[in-house]
Write a protein that binds this ligand. Structure first.
Ligand code: SAM
Length: 252
Protein backbone atom coordinates (compact mmCIF):
# COMPACT_ATOMS: atom_id res chain seq x y z
CA UNK A 1 0.00 0.00 0.00
CA UNK A 2 1.18 3.54 -0.67
CA UNK A 3 3.06 4.48 2.53
CA UNK A 4 1.40 7.88 2.94
CA UNK A 5 -2.08 6.42 2.61
CA UNK A 6 -1.19 3.60 4.99
CA UNK A 7 -0.08 6.21 7.53
CA UNK A 8 -3.32 8.11 7.18
CA UNK A 9 -5.41 4.94 7.49
CA UNK A 10 -3.42 3.94 10.57
CA UNK A 11 -3.78 7.36 12.22
CA UNK A 12 -7.48 7.41 11.51
CA UNK A 13 -8.08 3.98 13.07
CA UNK A 14 -5.79 4.82 15.99
CA UNK A 15 -7.78 8.01 16.67
CA UNK A 16 -11.07 6.14 16.62
CA UNK A 17 -9.86 3.13 18.61
CA UNK A 18 -11.92 4.07 21.70
CA UNK A 19 -15.12 4.90 19.79
CA UNK A 20 -14.91 2.14 17.16
CA UNK A 21 -16.19 -0.86 19.08
CA UNK A 22 -19.55 0.61 20.11
CA UNK A 23 -20.16 2.35 16.77
CA UNK A 24 -19.21 -0.42 14.33
CA UNK A 25 -22.47 -2.35 14.54
CA UNK A 26 -22.27 -3.51 10.90
CA UNK A 27 -18.74 -4.86 11.37
CA UNK A 28 -19.92 -6.67 14.53
CA UNK A 29 -22.65 -8.41 12.50
CA UNK A 30 -20.14 -9.40 9.83
CA UNK A 31 -17.88 -10.97 12.46
CA UNK A 32 -20.89 -12.99 13.71
CA UNK A 33 -21.61 -14.08 10.17
CA UNK A 34 -18.04 -15.29 9.54
CA UNK A 35 -18.04 -17.40 12.68
CA UNK A 36 -21.47 -18.82 11.78
CA UNK A 37 -20.23 -19.70 8.28
CA UNK A 38 -17.21 -21.47 9.78
CA UNK A 39 -19.51 -23.55 11.98
CA UNK A 40 -21.93 -24.33 9.14
CA UNK A 41 -19.00 -25.22 6.89
CA UNK A 42 -17.69 -27.80 9.37
CA UNK A 43 -14.60 -25.98 10.67
CA UNK A 44 -12.70 -27.94 13.32
CA UNK A 45 -13.02 -27.02 17.01
CA UNK A 46 -9.30 -26.50 17.39
CA UNK A 47 -6.65 -24.72 15.34
CA UNK A 48 -2.93 -25.16 15.94
CA UNK A 49 -1.74 -21.83 14.54
CA UNK A 50 -4.24 -19.12 13.62
CA UNK A 51 -3.52 -15.72 12.15
CA UNK A 52 -5.99 -12.81 12.09
CA UNK A 53 -5.31 -9.65 10.08
CA UNK A 54 -6.71 -6.23 11.00
CA UNK A 55 -8.06 -7.35 14.39
CA UNK A 56 -8.84 -3.77 15.51
CA UNK A 57 -10.84 -3.75 18.74
CA UNK A 58 -11.56 -7.44 18.32
CA UNK A 59 -15.10 -7.97 17.05
CA UNK A 60 -13.94 -11.09 15.23
CA UNK A 61 -11.13 -11.98 17.67
CA UNK A 62 -13.47 -12.29 20.65
CA UNK A 63 -16.07 -14.28 18.75
CA UNK A 64 -13.41 -16.68 17.47
CA UNK A 65 -12.00 -17.18 20.95
CA UNK A 66 -15.48 -17.91 22.32
CA UNK A 67 -16.29 -20.48 19.63
CA UNK A 68 -12.94 -22.16 18.87
CA UNK A 69 -9.75 -23.27 20.65
CA UNK A 70 -6.36 -22.01 19.55
CA UNK A 71 -2.99 -23.48 20.49
CA UNK A 72 -1.36 -20.37 19.01
CA UNK A 73 -3.18 -17.27 17.92
CA UNK A 74 -1.45 -14.29 16.30
CA UNK A 75 -3.42 -11.12 15.66
CA UNK A 76 -2.21 -8.32 13.39
CA UNK A 77 -3.12 -4.69 12.96
CA UNK A 78 -1.63 -1.56 11.49
CA UNK A 79 -2.59 0.36 14.64
CA UNK A 80 -0.41 -0.24 17.73
CA UNK A 81 -3.48 0.28 19.97
CA UNK A 82 -4.73 -3.14 18.84
CA UNK A 83 -2.07 -4.70 21.11
CA UNK A 84 -4.83 -4.40 23.75
CA UNK A 85 -6.98 -6.81 21.74
CA UNK A 86 -4.14 -9.32 21.62
CA UNK A 87 -3.51 -8.98 25.32
CA UNK A 88 -7.20 -9.51 26.18
CA UNK A 89 -7.18 -12.96 24.55
CA UNK A 90 -3.50 -13.79 25.27
CA UNK A 91 -2.60 -13.80 21.60
CA UNK A 92 0.69 -12.70 20.05
CA UNK A 93 0.51 -9.25 18.44
CA UNK A 94 1.99 -8.61 15.00
CA UNK A 95 1.95 -4.87 14.37
CA UNK A 96 2.21 -3.60 10.79
CA UNK A 97 0.83 -3.52 7.28
CA UNK A 98 -0.68 -6.90 6.37
CA UNK A 99 0.78 -6.53 2.87
CA UNK A 100 4.40 -6.10 4.00
CA UNK A 101 4.76 -7.53 7.51
CA UNK A 102 6.38 -10.98 7.79
CA UNK A 103 3.73 -13.67 8.39
CA UNK A 104 4.14 -16.66 10.71
CA UNK A 105 4.77 -19.92 8.84
CA UNK A 106 2.01 -22.37 7.85
CA UNK A 107 -1.08 -21.20 9.78
CA UNK A 108 -4.08 -23.55 9.70
CA UNK A 109 -6.48 -20.58 9.91
CA UNK A 110 -6.04 -17.22 8.21
CA UNK A 111 -8.87 -14.84 8.88
CA UNK A 112 -9.78 -11.18 8.65
CA UNK A 113 -12.97 -9.16 9.02
CA UNK A 114 -13.59 -5.78 7.38
CA UNK A 115 -9.91 -5.07 6.62
CA UNK A 116 -9.01 -6.13 3.07
CA UNK A 117 -10.86 -3.16 1.53
CA UNK A 118 -7.99 -1.03 2.84
CA UNK A 119 -5.46 -2.98 0.77
CA UNK A 120 -4.56 -1.76 -2.71
CA UNK A 121 -4.32 -5.32 -3.96
CA UNK A 122 -6.68 -7.58 -1.98
CA UNK A 123 -6.46 -10.21 -4.72
CA UNK A 124 -2.71 -10.70 -4.23
CA UNK A 125 -3.23 -10.72 -0.46
CA UNK A 126 -5.84 -13.50 -0.76
CA UNK A 127 -3.61 -15.52 -3.09
CA UNK A 128 -0.68 -15.16 -0.70
CA UNK A 129 -2.92 -16.27 2.18
CA UNK A 130 -4.11 -19.30 0.21
CA UNK A 131 -0.51 -20.24 -0.50
CA UNK A 132 0.64 -19.69 3.10
CA UNK A 133 -2.03 -21.97 4.62
CA UNK A 134 -1.09 -25.43 5.89
CA UNK A 135 -2.73 -28.31 3.99
CA UNK A 136 -6.31 -28.66 5.31
CA UNK A 137 -6.18 -25.05 6.60
CA UNK A 138 -9.06 -22.56 6.48
CA UNK A 139 -9.30 -19.09 4.93
CA UNK A 140 -12.13 -16.96 6.34
CA UNK A 141 -12.24 -13.38 5.10
CA UNK A 142 -14.72 -10.54 4.73
CA UNK A 143 -14.38 -7.23 2.94
CA UNK A 144 -16.72 -4.75 1.31
CA UNK A 145 -18.05 -4.62 -2.22
CA UNK A 146 -18.43 -1.79 -4.75
CA UNK A 147 -21.75 -0.55 -3.34
CA UNK A 148 -20.11 0.29 0.00
CA UNK A 149 -21.01 3.87 1.04
CA UNK A 150 -22.53 4.47 -2.41
CA UNK A 151 -24.21 7.66 -1.15
CA UNK A 152 -20.83 9.18 -0.31
CA UNK A 153 -19.46 8.31 -3.72
CA UNK A 154 -22.47 10.05 -5.32
CA UNK A 155 -21.98 13.23 -3.34
CA UNK A 156 -18.31 13.36 -4.32
CA UNK A 157 -16.52 12.15 -1.18
CA UNK A 158 -13.05 10.62 -1.71
CA UNK A 159 -13.29 8.50 1.44
CA UNK A 160 -13.80 5.34 -0.64
CA UNK A 161 -11.54 2.43 0.35
CA UNK A 162 -9.16 1.34 -2.45
CA UNK A 163 -9.75 -2.43 -2.33
CA UNK A 164 -13.52 -2.90 -2.56
CA UNK A 165 -14.26 -6.32 -4.02
CA UNK A 166 -17.33 -8.45 -4.58
CA UNK A 167 -17.50 -12.02 -3.27
CA UNK A 168 -17.07 -13.25 -6.87
CA UNK A 169 -13.72 -11.42 -7.06
CA UNK A 170 -12.62 -13.01 -3.80
CA UNK A 171 -13.60 -16.48 -5.00
CA UNK A 172 -11.87 -15.93 -8.36
CA UNK A 173 -8.64 -14.99 -6.56
CA UNK A 174 -8.35 -18.26 -4.64
CA UNK A 175 -10.42 -20.97 -6.31
CA UNK A 176 -7.46 -22.51 -8.10
CA UNK A 177 -5.74 -23.10 -4.74
CA UNK A 178 -8.61 -23.68 -2.30
CA UNK A 179 -11.99 -25.43 -2.15
CA UNK A 180 -14.70 -22.82 -1.65
CA UNK A 181 -16.88 -23.74 1.36
CA UNK A 182 -19.20 -20.72 1.10
CA UNK A 183 -19.24 -17.16 -0.11
CA UNK A 184 -21.75 -14.35 -0.25
CA UNK A 185 -22.58 -10.71 0.05
CA UNK A 186 -25.44 -8.54 1.25
CA UNK A 187 -26.61 -4.95 1.17
CA UNK A 188 -27.81 -3.19 4.27
CA UNK A 189 -28.48 0.38 5.13
CA UNK A 190 -28.10 2.44 8.29
CA UNK A 191 -30.23 5.52 8.80
CA UNK A 192 -29.00 8.80 10.27
CA UNK A 193 -30.89 11.95 11.22
CA UNK A 194 -28.62 14.10 9.03
CA UNK A 195 -25.51 13.96 6.77
CA UNK A 196 -23.50 15.49 9.64
CA UNK A 197 -24.36 12.41 11.72
CA UNK A 198 -23.11 10.25 8.83
CA UNK A 199 -19.77 12.07 9.01
CA UNK A 200 -19.70 11.58 12.77
CA UNK A 201 -20.33 7.85 12.30
CA UNK A 202 -17.45 7.66 9.79
CA UNK A 203 -15.14 9.42 12.23
CA UNK A 204 -16.15 7.20 15.14
CA UNK A 205 -15.49 4.06 13.08
CA UNK A 206 -12.20 5.40 11.69
CA UNK A 207 -13.08 4.81 8.05
CA UNK A 208 -12.40 8.35 6.89
CA UNK A 209 -8.64 7.85 6.68
CA UNK A 210 -8.48 8.48 2.95
CA UNK A 211 -10.67 11.57 3.00
CA UNK A 212 -8.18 14.43 3.07
CA UNK A 213 -10.96 16.94 3.02
CA UNK A 214 -10.84 19.90 5.36
CA UNK A 215 -14.43 21.00 5.78
CA UNK A 216 -15.33 24.63 5.38
CA UNK A 217 -18.75 26.07 6.20
CA UNK A 218 -19.52 26.19 2.48
CA UNK A 219 -18.29 22.68 1.61
CA UNK A 220 -20.18 21.18 4.55
CA UNK A 221 -23.36 22.98 3.50
CA UNK A 222 -22.93 21.75 -0.10
CA UNK A 223 -22.29 18.18 1.08
CA UNK A 224 -25.39 18.30 3.31
CA UNK A 225 -27.63 19.76 0.59
CA UNK A 226 -26.45 17.26 -2.02
CA UNK A 227 -26.87 14.27 0.34
CA UNK A 228 -30.37 15.32 1.43
CA UNK A 229 -31.46 16.19 -2.11
CA UNK A 230 -30.39 12.81 -3.52
CA UNK A 231 -31.12 10.49 -0.58
CA UNK A 232 -33.19 12.28 2.09
CA UNK A 233 -36.35 10.56 3.35
CA UNK A 234 -38.75 11.27 6.21
CA UNK A 235 -36.59 8.94 8.30
CA UNK A 236 -33.35 10.87 7.66
CA UNK A 237 -30.53 9.81 5.31
CA UNK A 238 -29.22 6.29 4.56
CA UNK A 239 -25.67 4.94 4.41
CA UNK A 240 -25.21 1.67 2.52
CA UNK A 241 -22.96 -1.19 3.68
CA UNK A 242 -22.01 -3.93 1.24
CA UNK A 243 -20.27 -6.73 3.16
CA UNK A 244 -18.77 -9.58 1.11
CA UNK A 245 -17.14 -12.77 2.38
CA UNK A 246 -15.59 -16.08 1.52
CA UNK A 247 -14.83 -19.23 3.50
CA UNK A 248 -12.48 -21.73 1.84
CA UNK A 249 -10.37 -24.74 2.68
CA UNK A 250 -7.01 -25.91 1.40
CA UNK A 251 -6.99 -29.51 0.18
CA UNK A 252 -5.02 -31.88 2.45
C1 SAM B 1 -12.93 -1.67 9.99
S1 SAM B 1 -11.68 -2.17 11.11
C2 SAM B 1 -12.10 -3.87 11.42
C3 SAM B 1 -11.60 -4.34 12.76
C4 SAM B 1 -12.09 -5.71 13.19
N1 SAM B 1 -11.53 -6.75 12.35
C5 SAM B 1 -13.60 -5.77 13.17
O1 SAM B 1 -14.12 -6.63 12.49
O2 SAM B 1 -14.23 -4.95 13.82
C6 SAM B 1 -10.27 -2.33 10.06
C7 SAM B 1 -8.99 -2.61 10.84
O3 SAM B 1 -7.99 -2.95 9.87
C8 SAM B 1 -6.80 -2.28 10.22
N2 SAM B 1 -6.03 -2.12 8.97
C9 SAM B 1 -6.28 -1.29 7.93
N3 SAM B 1 -5.36 -1.46 6.97
C10 SAM B 1 -4.51 -2.43 7.42
C11 SAM B 1 -3.35 -3.03 6.88
N4 SAM B 1 -2.86 -2.68 5.68
N5 SAM B 1 -2.73 -3.99 7.61
C12 SAM B 1 -3.19 -4.35 8.83
N6 SAM B 1 -4.29 -3.80 9.40
C13 SAM B 1 -4.94 -2.86 8.70
C14 SAM B 1 -7.22 -0.96 10.85
O4 SAM B 1 -6.22 -0.42 11.69
C15 SAM B 1 -8.47 -1.40 11.62
O5 SAM B 1 -8.17 -1.78 12.94
Amino acid sequence: MNAQITDRVQRSFSRSFRSYHGSASQQAKIADRLVEEMRLGGAPQQFAAALEFGCGTGHLTHRLCTEFDFQNLTVNDLSPEAAETAEAVRAAFLCGDAETVEWPQRPDLITSASMIQWLHDPRTFLQRAAQALAPGGWLVVSGFGPEQYRELVRVGSNAKAPGLCGSGDMVAAIEDQLDIVSSGESLSSMNFPSPRKVLEHLRRTGVNGRAQKVWTKTSLAQFTDHYVRDFGTDAGVPLTYHPTWVVARKPK
